[in-house]
Design a protein around this ligand. Structure first.
Ligand code: MLT
Ligand code: MN
Ligand code: ZN
Length: 304
């Protein structure tokens, strides 16, 4: 399977429009050893022709322009995207659906009932799309049963319920329900290779660790290096954990789990603009390098 990183940044992207943090300021000044990042999205295909889009970011227009296989090639109105999977109802993962409104057929969208609820109430994108070609919703179950997407031959999907947070506008903001956030195991049925993808991971429960241990590659939450990172520069007193993201570096943080895994290739995604790992010269980045943990970037290709 071919995995294309369309956007490796967290909500806001890097640099964020209104942010003058150490990273955002320096990349604007041209004084930064690293690259800009658009918001969280990937595309996956097993035949390099039919692509499943995972999450639709507000940056999708530029992301599609950066990757020819997703562009129209066969008809006057056309796309390489055959279906869309949404892992949560956050703005960075869903707003791009509005940019895709010109599609000539209803979009085949795969998400949980909880996410569909949010996208029909607190952030009613699905209702808005009904005024265009509409949405063909496919329910993703949270019982870890696997499913296929008929147009995406050679791929098999298993949704994995995760503990994280529902978005601020969600009716279940303060009492999260199973399905507010999922990770996804994606298997190439020809090669047997598997990816585990979880851009928002609040707690590594034992079932999640099992998926991580057995995958050939994991692409997981790289939002923040420290739980209180946003407060360092006076940006916000919000903790990563309050936003449903487990930090990398603390005791019990993501790195500790990653270091205990021997099989998978380990890659971080959904990286917030405040995270020191964006700068390839920092000691934090050197710590990841030494641990063989990669930091994804826009335009990265992964072949499994
Ligand atoms: C998150 O992942 O926590 C959200 O995307 C943050 C945001 O965009 O506001
Ligand atoms: Mn996000
Ligand atoms: Zn910033």
């Amino acid at each position: 399977m071919h995995i294309r990183i369309l956007g490796s940044g967290a909500g806001g992207g890097f640099p964020q429009w209104n942010c003058n943090c150490n990273n955002c300021r320096r990349i604007r000044e041209g004084n930064f050893n690293g690259t800009a990042r658009t918001q969280s999205s990937i595309a996956i295909s097993s035949d390099n022709e039919h692509w499943v889009l995972f999450n639709a970011s507000p940056d999708i227009r530029a992301q599609l322009e950066s990757f020819p296989p997703l562009q129209p090639g066969r008809a006057v109105r056309d796309t390489g995207i055959c279906a869309i999977v949404i892992v949560d109802a956050q703005i960075d993962h869903t707003t791009g659906l509005l940019m895709l409104r010109e599609h000539t057929e209803p979009w085949d969208i795969y998400c949980t009932e909880a996410v569909k609820d949010d996208l029909s109430t607190g952030f009613p994108i699905f209702n808005i799309l009904e005024h265009f070609r509409g949405v063909n919703w496919h329910k993703v179950n949270t019982d870890q049963s696997s499913f296929e997407i008929p147009q995406a031959k050679g791929l098999r999907f298993t949704a994995v319920p995760l503990k994280s947070e529902a978005p601020p506008y969600s009716p279940h903001r303060h009492n999260t329900v199973p399905g507010d956030n999922i990770g996804m195991k994606i298997e190439d049925t020809n090669t047997g290779k598997t990816l585990f993808y979880a851009p928002g991971l609040g707690v590594i429960e034992s079932h999640v660790k099992d998926y991580m241990e057995n995958a050939d590659c994991i692409l997981v939450d790289g939002t923040m290096w420290t739980n209180d990172e946003m407060s360092h520069e006076g940006i916000s007193d919000k903790l990563a954990s309050e936003m449903g993201h487990l930090d990398q570096s603390s005791k019990g943080g993501i790195m500790e789990t990653l270091n205990s895994l021997s099989k998978p290739r380990k890659i971080l995604i959904h990286i917030n603009n405040t995270n020191p790992i964006l700068d390839e010269s920092t000691p934090e980045r050197a710590t990841l390098d030494a641990a063989n943990i990669e930091v994804s970037y826009d335009g990265m290709d992964i072949h499994l």
